[in-house]
Design a protein around this ligand. Structure first.
Ligand code: G3H
Ligand code: ZN
Length: 306
């Protein structure tokens, strides 16, 4: 299928209380693993590319790989910019054919975050592309980050209401206890805060830093408005673990496919676990539309972009 916009996909997920997996990819094997499992599990999927991934692969490869992967399957695939930290990056991705953007102004003062998010939303909406924004800050693991820091950076529910109204963003990344790049599932989310945000904000909410969150906490979050769950570290761990195992088992192997291919298989199983956890497995029928007893959601309704 051609790439689709994240907007109808996330809105459907929100209505039906499941979440769409938003998986980060840096290379061909990761892109293939994610999209192949989405197809096998009949799940919509968001393939997201960070600024670091764009620097690593180059814009043409980063966008091109996802477009090719999407064209080979019959489930909705979104190409999303993850943590675009400036206006220019968002414009470049819009031009490159991304079907979903993120402006991350979470490190900026509130008024500057509002103004730039609005600017990105204004231009993206002209061509029908939705924009995710972040309020509060999902921190990144370092030796210095304490639990008090995590709590202090959480999203303020009242501010969230004002932020969404003034920016017209289409989805909102909220800070409620997760931390980017954790390598073990130890974090518990502040579900009461999420409920308070949800009571004031009706657009789909986004969970960042999910690799370090306990599965039961993720499920509660999905019940309370999280419609997009970002996963990066868990997939990177799977890739490296597979590669390490292959190198250990085949120390004299010179064919990289025999080594990296094992990593790709590990990524597939990690993606499958998440897609099933998020409840998105089996939500897409053979035509590429949502299965639903109440409302059939055909591919024509999915806002196909190209
Ligand atoms: O934007 C990407 C995600 O928030 C990934 O976080 O690496 O902790 O899974 P993670
Ligand atoms: Zn993130």
């Amino acid at each position: 299928m051609p790439l689709v916009s994240s907007k109808p996909v996330l809105e459907e997920a929100l209505r039906r209380h499941f979440a769409v997996g938003a998986f980060n990819a840096n290379n061909m094997e990761q892109v293939q693993a994610i999209v192949e499992v989405a197809q096998e599990e009949r799940a919509p999927v968001i393939l997201q590319v960070s600024q670091g991934a764009i620097r690593y692969a180059g814009m043409e490869f980063a966008a091109g790989l996802v477009k090719i992967a999407a064209s080979l399957v019959s489930v909705p695939v979104v190409l999303h910019l993850d943590h675009g930290t400036d206006f220019e990056q968002n414009v470049l991705c819009l031009r490159a054919g991304f079907t979903s953007l993120m402006y991350d102004g979470s490190k900026r003062p509130f008024e500057e975050n509002v103004a730039t998010t609005r600017r990105v939303a204004d231009i993206a909406h002209i061509v029908g592309i939705p924009v995710e924004a972040e309020l509060g800050q999902v921190l990144r693991v370092t030796d210095k980050v304490t639990q008090d820091d995590v709590i202090a950076a959480m999203t303020d529910p009242d501010q969230a209401e004002e932020f969404v109204r003034r920016t017209t963003c289409d989805s909102l990344a909220v800070a409620c206890g997760s931390v980017h790049a954790m390598t073990a599932r130890e974090a518990t989310l502040d579900i009461d805060r999420l409920k308070a945000i949800r009571a004031r904000v009706s657009i789909p909410l986004v969970l960042h830093g999910s690799s370090g969150v306990k599965h039961e906490s993720i499920l509660e979050a999905i019940e309370n408005g999280i419609a997009k769950v970002n996963v990066a570290t868990a997939l990177n761990q799977a890739l490296i673990a597979g590669i390490r195992r292959a190198v250990a088992e085949l120390p004299d192997e010179t064919d990289p496919r025999k080594i990296i291919g094992v990593g790709r298989d590990e990524v597939k199983e990690a993606v499958r676990e998440k897609i099933r956890l998020f409840g998105s497995a089996g939500t897409i029928d053979s035509t590429g539309g949502f299965t639903s007893p109440k409302k059939q959601f055909r591919s024509a309704d999915l806002g196909e972009i190209e």
